[in-house]
Design a protein around this ligand. Structure first.
Ligand code: ACO
Length: 330
């Protein structure tokens, strides 16, 4: 009997998109001042590392951002979009209650091959969840070419009367194309959740009887999220590295979820990685939730930092509470 060859999923292209409206801390502070809310560039930068974020225009939906990021990944990979037989969109700000943003995106991309398309909801850990899902689908042999997207219009769920949250988030999309390959590939993934912390980061509303029930603005207990985040991120990063059989020093690039520079630096320090090996976009993007990791990945691929054959570690934490990590050879 012939030995079965191991099947991997491999990154064959990346893409990203930020809507053009770049809002600096100063511009946001002026906008909030009009509502009688006080904040400053100094406070925001010192506590978060954020200088600016991008906001989508009112008529632009999450699937529109995802479409441009996807087009760029498809172009980078040089593949026929009709070969994409799986689309997974990680988002907490979908276009509609249903259908999924992934189905809307499939249509916008003109893909008519009957492939699978669905959304994954794990808030800021969404991309780690989506990547792990696509990797498992590909390694099982069920699908061959997956478009994995993180896309968000978080500006829609921000309460611009709440300075503790509205200064932190932005809009954008990142895309990764994964394809079945004999060569590695995604080496390991690790996902976790603890629903008992649901209340510290949530949008506690829904649609009921034709109206909005509850509150559809983002609510966050920042200090509680901070404490939980630094605790679980190091553990899940080490778990993924152990599964991959790699030590932290073999990591060429750390791409953390871009929530807050202080959380990111803490994980980097705990892994004993030099800060130069961490990709940082939080300064220019803010926290784009599920989009932040694929956005940062695409930035570092396109500026030439991430090279073929290098090891990349991604890790993220978000509402749920959820957290996850993945290691792949680019
Ligand atoms: N401008 C000016 N002052 C502010 C602002 C603001 N935008 N927001 C809060 N303050 C004030 C507070 O009112 C408080 O004032 P007080 O001392 O007079 O009461 C003071 O600043 C300190 O507030 P804290 O909440 O204690 O500030 P902290 O140092 O914890 O920073 C922050 C807040 C940035 C939210 C931090 O807790 C954090 O980063 N938490 C992690 C949350 C996060 O990153 N969430 C993203 C989503 S989940 C994820 O992606 C991991």
């Amino acid at each position: 009997m012939m030995a079965q060859q191991t099947l991997f999923s491999r990154v064959i292209g990346t893409g990203s998109y930020l809507p053009p409206d770049r809002v600096t801390n100063q511009a946001l502070a002026e906008r909030l001042a009009a509502n009688g809310i006080e904040t400053s560039d100094e406070w925001i930068f010192a506590r978060t590392g954020i200088r600016a974020r991008h906001f989508a225009a009112p008529d632009v939906a999450t699937s529109d951002l995802a479409k441009i990021a996807a087009d760029r990944a498809i172009e980078a990979a040089g593949i026929d979009p009709q070969s994409i037989d799986l689309i997974i969109v990680a988002t907490s700000t979908p276009d509609y209650v249903f259908p999924s943003t992934a189905c809307l995106l499939q249509n916008k991309l003109g893909i008519r091959n009957g492939g699978a398309a669905f959304d994954v909801q794990a808030v800021c850990s969404g991309f780690a969840y989506a990547l792990a899902t696509a990797d498992n689908f590909i390694r099982s042999g069920a699908h061959r070419t997956a478009l994995v997207i993180g896309a968000e219009t978080f500006s829609r769920i921000l309460d611009f009367n709440d300075r503790t949250t509205c200064v932190l988030f932005g809009d954008g999309a990142g895309a990764v194309l994964l394809q079945a390959s004999d060569e590695p590939g995604v080496l390991a993934t690790a996902l976790h959740a603890d629903g008992s912390h649901a209340h510290i980061l949530c949008v506690p509303g829904n649609v009921s009887g034709g109206a909005i029930a509850g509150n559809t603005f983002l609510h966050m207990d920042g200090p509680a999220v901070f404490k939980l985040a630094v605790n679980v991120l190091e553990k899940v990063a080490i778990e993924a590295l152990d599964k991959a059989g790699l030590s932290a020093e073999q990591v060429d690039w750390l791409i953390p979820h871009q929530a807050n520079i202080r959380i990111m630096q803490s994980t980097c320090r705990k892994l004993h990685l030099p800060q130069e090996r961490m990709v940082v976009t939080v300064d220019e993007h803010g926290n784009t939730s599920a989009a932040s990791i694929p956005l940062a990945l695409d930035v570092a691929v396109r500026d030439g930092r991430i090279q073929r054959g290098q090891h990349v570690l991604i890790e993220g934490v978000g509402g749920g509470f959820t957290w996850g990590a993945a290691v792949f050879k680019f």
